[in-house]
Design a protein around this ligand. Structure first.
Ligand SMILES: Nc1nc2c(c(=O)[nH]1)N[C@H]1C(S)=C(S)[C@@H](COP(=O)(O)OP(=O)(O)OC[C@H]3O[C@@H](n4cnc5c(=O)[nH]c(N)nc54)[C@H](O)[C@@H]3O)O[C@H]1N2
Ligand SMILES: Nc1nc2c(c(=O)[nH]1)N[C@H]1C(S)=C(S)[C@@H](COP(=O)(O)OP(=O)(O)OC[C@H]3O[C@@H](n4cnc5c(=O)[nH]c(N)nc54)[C@H](O)[C@@H]3O)O[C@H]1N2
Ligand code: SF4
Ligand SMILES: [Mo]
Length: 754
């Protein structure tokens, strides 16, 4: 723990989104006086968005939990940590002893990906629990991209990242980085980087049913029909093949497999065959294909809008197919692979080949959906809780997640949650989800913990690393987040509420050292496990920091415990509060691959096998049907930054955007309240007319609906908005990954009170 003189300036990475901006935080009289962008940050160079400075308000938010809560007679009351842990032991072990370990369900939410301790320790308590009923926000987000990348490159962490700063042509689908600041492409000041590309003569094409803020700043906007990106990309690839424009490049030629079967597999997806279903005319599709193939350095980038649809995995695959067949995979200005400082699946083990990737190690109990990445789709969570029988979920643990607002068919999920025998949440608020918890365990504030972006240093547009020490000391009895997770692990192992977390931590570390020693590619300078342990302990670090030190030192830029004297360690990172820049991305194929063939698999069998379904979608669309898509706003963050007054004030944001002609057809007016209904539910929202949206498409943001009883978010409750996931349908999924369909939901819109 650093000591905390009352006046000082510290530097820290913002943990709120994937952009990982550097912050300069001025402390006066022991409190945050100001937060602004860190101009010396090696990556963000002073860029910040309106959310970054609100870490002050978040830290000071009186509604943020500082003590554990236990539900007594329907009301949450503050208790000591000791009491909370005893309750967790009683409740959790009660369920495990009666119904078995398979009766415990787990849901992990998005903030886990931005938080060092859970990234290291979640697997420890999950292993201790020994349940297969695992769910996460991945299956309402990026899992299709991970599945397609797993098939193509060998691991689900091997994701090809846009080389934004050197490209000359971006075909962007279903992403709006002007509001989201980017995803699966860590690039602080993403908008600035796009503008720089256009200034150097590059072209930005945005494919989005809505004229998003990014589309307002592009060279060409294509208003695609929701869900049709896979067809669009198939036709782009088809045109490239048909017109002889394919060229994978000399560097890639020996490293790709499946190129021979692709042209035939995609033969039926001609521009004219898909045009109607896609909603973009054939000539435009062909022109974009030609432009893309002719561009000096070009890349396709697809995100949420391409993933949370029923062809999510197919679209994600075709993104990389188009990149590869135009010679833009693994080359400057195309898509490339980041080299993460703390190492990971793309740096460890044998280089250039591996076990490859598959799904389906087990199936969900009720709907028999295949496992992917060690979890089941969150779309099946409610039925796993609600359906009686062996393996039914009776206890639920949520950590950093708000599935009630974030996952499909809220009403069904909530109904199921009422039947749980026990629920515990690790969270910082009493919100729509945690109100169901019997025990809520608060994480320390974002400013009371160390930070290192284990995930996003693997997906960034430059090779960078940045470590932040805690700004403030934790409150007297507030455990660190890793201690919370290891206590959970101890309890799940039957060690009880008094489980010794430092002992479990030592044990976990020793196991990790053991696995690194087994990996001959890890530099350990010939030391024994004991010597490594001694060196790590000598720094005084424990928990997440000590584990991070081990990862950094044995990572690709590490000091290897002396093997590389100019290499990095945690101590080294602490001397660089503005981060370290290891330079632009460099070609990594074939070394990065972990496929059994040692090649990029351009035509994975599961994707070829699903092409008939894609072909069917060319004819199965309904031009009359209104469909709902989502959107994000810069001043919001999924469901949970809505209790910050400075972010939430101003114009109402939770509105139903709609084309004036659609409004006329259904009889609603600008500013009036409309009822939106889907197969599973109905909500009322204020209509906002705009010509900047494709006809028959309406848009509503997610993460709202804060007017539920029993929560403690006083600011959010005043600007509640409505929950769009009352409308999303748990039966609509991407069959290849289990991802929920969150975009393109069939709805009707009608005036309220008529
Ligand atoms: N309709 C629709 N639904 C969507 C989407 C969409 O586009 N449309 N997007 C989806 C996407 S991409 C995502 S990622 C998911 C997000 O889904 P979730 O992760 O389930 O939801 P969040 O809103 O991120 O909720 C984060 C929770 O973590 C808590 N929290 C915040 N910081 C911390 C912390 O440091 N520690 C702990 N322990 N808890 C913390 C918050 O209080 C909140 O309860 O939503 C998905 N839902
Ligand atoms: N301010 C803010 N920033 C965030 C978040 C936030 O909630 N608020 N959430 C964070 C998270 S968890 C994530 S995953 C990222 C997501 O980051 P992005 O992927 O950039 O997500 P969005 O901003 O929702 O942009 C998705 C776009 O897809 C469009 N779209 C919808 N359906 C389709 C379709 O079928 N095809 C195509 N081509 N487009 C479609 C929508 O109109 C929308 O403009 O943002 C992160 N950053
Ligand atoms: S863009 Fe993201 S990382 Fe940067 S300040 Fe905003 S919320 Fe934080
Ligand atoms: Mo997300």
């Amino acid at each position: 723990m650093p000591t905390t003189p009352s006046d000082r300036t510290v530097f820290r990475t913002c943990p709120l989104c994937e952009a990982t901006c550097g912050l300069e935080i001025t402390i006066k009289d022991g409190a945050v006086a100001r937060i602004r962008g860190d101009r010396d940050d090696v990556f963000s160079k002073g860029f910040i968005c309106p959310k970054g400075s609100t870490l002050k308000q978040l830290h000071e938010d009186p509604d943020r939990l500082r003590k554990p809560l236990i539900k007594r007679n329907g009301t949450h009351v503050e208790v000591s940590w000791e009491e909370a842990w005893q309750e967790v032991e009683r409740g959790l072990m009660g369920v495990i002893n009666t119904h078995g370990r398979g009766a415990v369900g787990v849901y992990l939410g998005n903030p886990n990906a931005h938080n060092l301790a859970p990234l290291i320790y979640n697997r420890v308590w999950l292993q201790a629990l020994g349940t297969k009923q695992r769910f996460s926000a991945s299956s309402v987000d990026q899992i299709p991209k991970q599945v397609s990348s797993g098939y193509m490159f060998g691991t689900p962490a091997t994701i090809a990242i846009p080389d934004l700063d050197r490209t000359q042509y971006i075909l962007m689908l279903g992403a709006n980085p002007y509001d989201s600041n980017g995803s699966l492409c860590t690039a602080p000041d993403f908008p600035g980087r796009l503008e720089a590309m256009r200034e150097r003569g590059g072209k930005l094409v945005v494919v989005d049913p809505r004229k998003s803020k990014t589309a307002e700043h592009c060279d060409e906007w294509l208003a695609i029909r929701p869900g049709a990106d896979a067809l669009f990309l198939a036709a782009i690839a088809n045109t490239i093949f048909e017109e002889g424009l394919s060229n994978v490049g000399d560097h890639m030629r020996p490293n790709v497999a499946g190129l021979d079967v692709l042209p035939a597999a995609l033969k039926q997806f001609t521009a004219s065959a898909v045009a109607q279903a896609v909603g973009i005319d054939a000539e435009t599709i062909k022109r974009i294909a030609r432009e893309f193939a002719a561009a000096d350095k070009a890349l396709v980038y697809g995100r949420i809008g391409t993933c949370t649809v029923s062809f999510g995995t197919t679209a994600s695959w075709l993104v990389d197919v188009v990149n590869t067949v135009t010679g833009n995979l693994d080359r400057e200005g195309g898509v490339m692979f980041t080299m993460p400082a703390a190492g990971g699946p793309t740096t460890r083990g044998q280089k250039g080949t591996g076990k490859g990737f598959s799904i389906g190690r087990g199936h969900s109990r009720v709907r028999k959906f295949p496992e992917a990445l060690g979890e089941y789709p969150v779309s099946v969570m409610a039925e796993e809780i609600a359906t009686p029988g062996e393996g039914q979920i009776k206890a639920l643990i949520t950590a950093g997640g708000n599935p009630v607002l974030s996952t499909p068919n809220t009403l069904a999920l909530e109904e199921s949650m009422k039947s749980l025998e026990f629920m515990v949440s690790v969270d910082i608020y009493l919100n729509e989800t945690t109100r169901y918890a019997d025990v809520i365990l608060p994480s320390p504030s974002q400013l009371e913990r160390s930070h290192f972006d284990l995930v996003f240093t693997g997906f960034s547009v430059r090779n960078v690393a940045n470590y932040s020490e805690p700004v403030f000391e934790r409150g007297a009895d507030q455990p660190d987040e890793w201690e919370i997770f290891l206590k959970l692990a101890g309890i799940a192992q039957g060690m009880g509420a008094n489980a010794d977390v430092s002992m479990i931590d030592d044990f976990t570390l020793d196991a990790f050292i053991g696995s690194i020693m087994k990996d001959s590619s890890s530099p350990t300078n010939g030391l024994t496990a004991e010597q490594i342990r001694e060196q790590l302990d000598a720094t005084g670090a424990r928990g997440a920091d000590r584990m991070l030190d081990l990862m950094l030192r044995t990572g690709p830029y590490g000091d290897g415990f002396g093997a590389n004297t100019s290499g990095i360690s945690l101590a080294h990172m602490k001397q660089h509060p503005h981060g370290i820049d290891f330079g632009p991305l460099e070609p990594r194929i074939p070394e990065v691959l972990r496929t059994p063939s040692g090649k990029v698999e351009l035509a994975p069998q599961p994707l070829l096998a699903d092409l008939p379904r894609l072909a069917q979608s060319m004819t199965e669309f309904n031009d009359e049907q209104l469909v709902l898509v989502g959107r994000r706003h810069l001043r919001s963050n999924n469901s949970w930054m809505h209790n910050i007054e400075v972010l939430i004030k101003g114009k109402e944001r939770c509105t139903l955007q709609m084309h004036p002609r659609d409004a006329q057809r259904v009889g609603v007016q600008d500013g009036s309240v409309a009822r939106i209904s889907s197969r599973v539910g109905a909500i009322d929202a204020i209509v906002e007319l705009t010509p900047d949206i494709r006809e028959r498409v309406v848009s509503l943001p997610h993460g709202w609906g804060h007017d539920m009883s029993g929560t403690r978010m006083s600011v959010a409750a005043k600007r509640a908005g409505v929950n769009s996931n009352v409308l999303t349908d748990e039966n609509e999924m991407d069959p290849l990954s289990g991802n929920s369909v969150m975009n393109g939901i069939p709805v009707t819109v009608a005036p309220v009170g008529v």
